[in-house]
Ligand binder design. Structure first.
Ligand SMILES: *[C@@H]1O[C@H](CO)[C@@H](O)[C@H](O)[C@H]1NC(C)=O
Ligand SMILES: *[C@@H]1O[C@H](CO)[C@@H](O)[C@H](O)[C@H]1NC(C)=O
Ligand SMILES: *[C@@H]1O[C@H](CO)[C@@H](O)[C@H](O)[C@H]1NC(C)=O
Ligand SMILES: *[C@@H]1O[C@H](CO)[C@@H](O)[C@H](O)[C@H]1NC(C)=O
Length: 482
């Protein structure tokens, strides 16, 4: 097949799945107070998202997606890979419960994501042996359920499973330590008409490498281009994506469809995570892929899911404090910045979530009479931050310019809101008080929590522990906040 007909083939394959301006969103639910699923589905629809990617098979989310016609990628968490790898029966049960049932309720499930970035180097190879067998078992289960033409399997992989010996896209190949495994997986995906899914994060490159050229992360063509045998790369996304295309091509799978499972930019928790950069990156990406011209090596529409739809205040901050701030919407469904997705008539204004129920307009802050030298200050703050969320405090963050009292108030309020404004959660000895005056300053938002949603099964909300039970040492890293 010549390059031209290959390109046409891919265009028609992709346009079957989505229009040129088609964009998806990742819907994660690691939040202390997630918005109700019906609210999120309405948010997706009103902003014109045609696709959504989940990280598990949450019953409430899938039920709410029924009849929305939104294409769904359901996820299998890494901690289930072992059981699905070792038992075909377990895979059949998973498919019956988490795919077949929902398809009969009109949920438009199109993909099953088996694992989430299972080959990340930080996992020390924990999922190397189970991911591929789990993929095979889920595929067999889909065939048995008669769903294999409608539902495709895939594995969302982090971009560190390929590399380039030359630093150029054309040097791309799979990481040496997992090369054979990747080949087996790619062959399996190809044999089953399934796509390759990759997550691409210029932000992480900038975060981990202080010498990374900032402009190269964005799409404004301001960076010094990378010259790869006459092809110029002006942004990291194109170069990274094409490194994968080269890796696939080199191994005989040059036309395997590619999905960008996650792409985005966080707005807080790091000096490079802010509203301006996030807006610039996400809008730049949307404009870059609109029109469907693709990348130099794959000049066809890019199929992508933004990361992420909504902030998640319970995510692990092991990767960094930015981890809880990837949303294009805040925890309560407010747009953070202008973003033209090209999917609606509302131009660059995202549509906020409707019908959001807030708790009372009140906050927990440091008493004016409280003394900064009070010995209770440090342990109270570290306790509050350990159980709530202080990732908006720190150098270069949205609340990085607060004074010492502001810092303390922020921590106490975060704990109070997380605990549904229970009186007991604002009883830090001699330190705290409840106020009806919004302490918000500029971009530093002192949030009022939304009402807990009790619809989802396995979730428990607002389990208050005693503020006085200070866990010394455990959160000592947070003492550096002081
Ligand atoms: C279905 O998915 C949910 C959510 O990921 C999971 O907890 C459950 O164990 C799955 N059911 C089966 C039968 O595997
Ligand atoms: C990976 O190994 C390192 C070093 O041995 C260890 O510190 C880390 O906890 C391990 N991570 C996981 C996820 O097992
Ligand atoms: C407030 O906390 C931030 C983040 O840890 C810190 O950089 C800053 O110095 C603190 N401000 C004061 C006045 O203590
Ligand atoms: C609160 O302040 C009072 C008066 O300054 C003091 O006697 C008391 O010990 C303080 N309580 C705590 C728990 O620090």
């Amino acid at each position: 097949m010549g390059w031209f007909s290959l390109a046409i083939g891919l265009v028609s394959l992709c346009s079957m799945m989505c229009k040129v301006s088609c964009i998806g969103a990742n819907w994660g639910t690691q939040a202390s107070h997630p918005l109700p699923p019906d609210t999120v589905v309405r948010l997706l629809r009103e902003n014109g998202f045609q696709k959504v990617k989940l990280f598990d098979a949450d019953y409430g989310a899938l039920r709410a997606l029924g009849t929305s016609r939104i294409e769904v990628m359901v996820g299998i968490p890494n901690d289930m890979l072992q059981s699905l790898a070792s038992s075909l029966k377990a895979a059949e049960k998973w498919v019956a419960k988490n795919v077949s049932t929902h398809i009969s309720n009109n949920v438009n499930i199109r993909y099953v994501a088996v694992g989430n970035e299972p080959f990340l180097q930080t996992y020390n190879g924990s999922f190397l042996k189970t991911t591929f067998p789990a993929l095979q078992n889920v595929q067999s289960a889909l065939i048995k359920a008669g769903l294999s033409s409608q539902v495709k399997v895939t594995i969302p992989l982090n971009a560190d499973m390929y590399e380039s010996s030359t630093g150029l896209p054309s040097g791309g190949d799979f990481r040496a330590d997992i090369h054979d495994l990747m080949l087996a997986i790619v062959k399996f995906l190809s044999d089953n008409g399934a796509p390759f899914t990759v997550n691409i994060y210029p932000f992480i490159s900038l975060y981990t490498d202080s010498n990374f050229p900032v402009e190269y992360a964005f799409f404004d063509d301001n960076a010094t281009p990378l010259n790869d045998g006459g092809t110029s790369y002006y942004n990291m996304f194109d170069a990274n994506y094409d490194t994968l295309v080269w890796a696939l091509q080199k191994n005989g799978y040059g036309n395997l469809p590619i999905i960008v499972g996650e792409i985005g930019w966080p707005t807080d928790g790091d000096r490079n995570a802010n509203l301006m950069y996030a807006q610039r990156f996400n809008q730049g990406f949307m404009s870059h892929i609109s029109g469907g011209k693709g990348t130099p090596m794959r000049p066809v529409p890019v199929d992508a899911y933004l990361f992420s739809l909504i902030d998640e205040d319970s995510k692990s901050i092991d990767p960094g404090n930015f981890e809880r701030h990837w949303g294009i919407f805040t925890y309560d469904g407010l747009p953070k910045y202008q973003l033209n997705l090209g999917t609606t008539n509302s131009g660059s204004s995202l549509v906020p979530a409707g019908n959001v129920h807030y708790l009372d307009r009140k906050w927990c802050v440091m008493k004016p009479s409280a003394n900064l030298d009070d010995l209770q200050v440090a342990p109270s703050v570290s306790y509050a931050c350990g159980l709530a969320d202080c990732t908006s405090l720190g150098y270069g963050t949205s609340c990085g310019n607060l004074d010492a009292r502001g810092n303390i108030s922020y921590a106490l309020n975060s704990y109070y809101q997380r605990n549904n404004q229970l009186d007991r959660a604002c009883k830090f000895p001699n330190l705290s008080m409840v106020t009806k005056t919004d302490p918000t300053v500029g971009n530093c938002r002192f949030g009022v929590m939304i009402e807990p949603y009790y619809g989802a099964a396995e979730r428990t909300v607002g389990c208050l522990q005693m503020p006085l039970m200070l866990v010394s040492g455990l959160f000592s890293f947070l003492l550096t906040l002081m």
